[in-house]
Design a protein around this ligand. Sequence first.
Ligand code: URA
Length: 230
Amino acid sequence: MRLDRFLSNFPELSRLDARLALAAGRVRVDGRPVADGRHEVREFNRIELDERLLQAGKPARYFMLYKPSGHVSATEHPEHPTVLDLLDEPDKHELHLGGRLDLTTTGLLLITNDGHWSRRLTLPGSKQPKVYYVETEDPIADECVRTFAQGLYFAYEGLTTLPAQLDILGTRAARLTLHEGRYHQVKRMFGHFRNRVVRLHRESVGPLKLDPHMQPGDYRSLTDAEVACF
Ligand code: URA
């Protein structure tokens, strides 16, 4: 929201008062005077007018979770425990997921209360590489490498997947890098070759890797540097 619109929520402050206060540098956002009413402010900013606190600003929260198999990537579910059940945090209803993994998929999942940040992760145009370790029922055909690199046509969506990089690690194991996140994408890509994915684990999203010290079900706050990755 623009700072001038935020100030207009206080009926005792006329538009003229607000404009004068801004021009005089009496409005501070996170401790710094802001004179431009077009400045964007959010629920995370501390906003003051002279000595008056207009908004305390709530803390932005960012977590990485090592999703175990069997927890659903949703905030509520009638049948299965959710990934949020693994977090021992206050005000969990304010949190949402920055992307999803299937019920049996394990690995890196990001959780936050910052909608702008999670949108940067998940918007189709963001193209953050997502790296998966994959194990399959049958041997992986060499042909998969070229087909995945060229893109596969998904008839249901009527689109061709973005070029993906497949590194074959063993007869039935590979590392796959995607730059998008379509519904059941990895399973459908191997499904094209009639090969079933029996294990799927997300190792990283963009520059952020699953913390090697974490076990399935563990979570931790992201560092400031990790938050700034996106
Ligand atoms: N692709 C899948 O098929 N499942 C996931 O959980 C993630 C990517």
